[in-house]
Design a protein around this ligand. Structure first.
Ligand code: FES
Length: 270
């Protein structure tokens, strides 16, 4: 769980958004949607950052500069050693995806959806991805999601089924990229989905759940669309010891850091 990792790369990828690549032991990370908690010199609290992607000995994180801690992170140089708690939280369950998973990321909720999309594609699943940003200058990883269309040839040599497809839809509030509006405005472009996964601000998650449910009701289909939502909550310890991240759910009070950050959508916002 406790690791020392070394900065390999730290670069800006959009307005105030940085991609941080670290070298170190990633064996504690087992599910997309988990997070790490980074200790920064001179800061009392660790910074929880969701995992974007990982492979043997390499961890990729994406963070937005929103305060002094993340501003300090943006100045980290290659070769800097960081004290990290790794593999924290309960992530997305890829086994629930069904045959047509929908992935929705809003702003800095986008990164965990990348690691999830990659693992679903490697299982041979076609995925629809909706990414939402305020404006084109805030958008990132649209091309990286699209490039997952090429992944399968390299990752799954010998597979004889049809090649999985990754369709990426983008929404921006000001209309400067993709559909003008919100992620829910892209839903109508996707005829069917078996399970939805989402990470982003609470208003987006609430609106998405409502839109999915109302569509289900209109269709009066008797197959309910299940989903998983990842909450972005301010955290203290990051591993269940301080109750600083409690949220009320239909199954009682839960800790975002250890019971989540990913929850069954049926437990939230009702
Ligand atoms: Fe301490 Fe969740 S952050 S219990």
């Amino acid at each position: 769980m406790h690791q020392l990792m070394v900065v390999k790369q730290n670069r800006p990828i959009a307005g105030q958004v940085f991609e941080l690549v670290l070298e170190g032991d990633t064996r504690d990370i087992t599910m997309p949607g988990q997070f790490v908690n980074i200790s920064l010199p001179g800061f009392f609290l660790r910074r929880p950052i969701s995992v974007c992607d990982w492979q043997e000995n390499e961890l990729k994180l994406i963070y937005k500069v929103v305060g002094k801690g993340t501003d300090y992170m943006s100045s980290l140089k290659t070769g800097t050693e960081l004290d990290i708690l790794s593999g924290l939280g309960h992530g997305f369950d890829v086994s629930l995806s069904g045959d047509a998973p929908l992935l929705v990321g809003g702003g800095v909720g986008t990164p965990p959806m990348y690691g999830l999309a990659k693992r679903l594609v490697l299982q041979g699943k076609s995925v629809n991805v909706i990414l939402g940003f305020a404006s084109s200058k805030d958008a990132f990883y649209v091309e990286e999601f699209d490039a997952l269309n090429e992944l399968y040839d390299f990752g799954c040599e010998g597979f004889e089924g049809s090649r999985p497809e990754v369709k990426v839809f983008t929404a921006t509030v000001d209309g400067s990229l993709g559909t003008k509006g919100f992620v829910t405005d892209c839903l109508k472009e996707i005829p069917r989905y078996s399970h939805y996964y989402a990470c982003g601000p609470i208003p987006m998650l609430k609106a998405l759940k409502a839109a999915v449910n109302s569509r289900f009701n209109e269709a009066s289909d008797d197959v309910k669309i299940s989903g998983e939502l990842s909450l972005e909550e301010r955290m203290g310890c990051g591993f269940g010891a301080c109750v600083g991240c409690s949220v009320m759910t239909a199954a009682g009070t839960k800790k975002v850091c250890s019971d989540g950050p990913v929850f069954d959508a049926a437990l939230l916002f009702d």
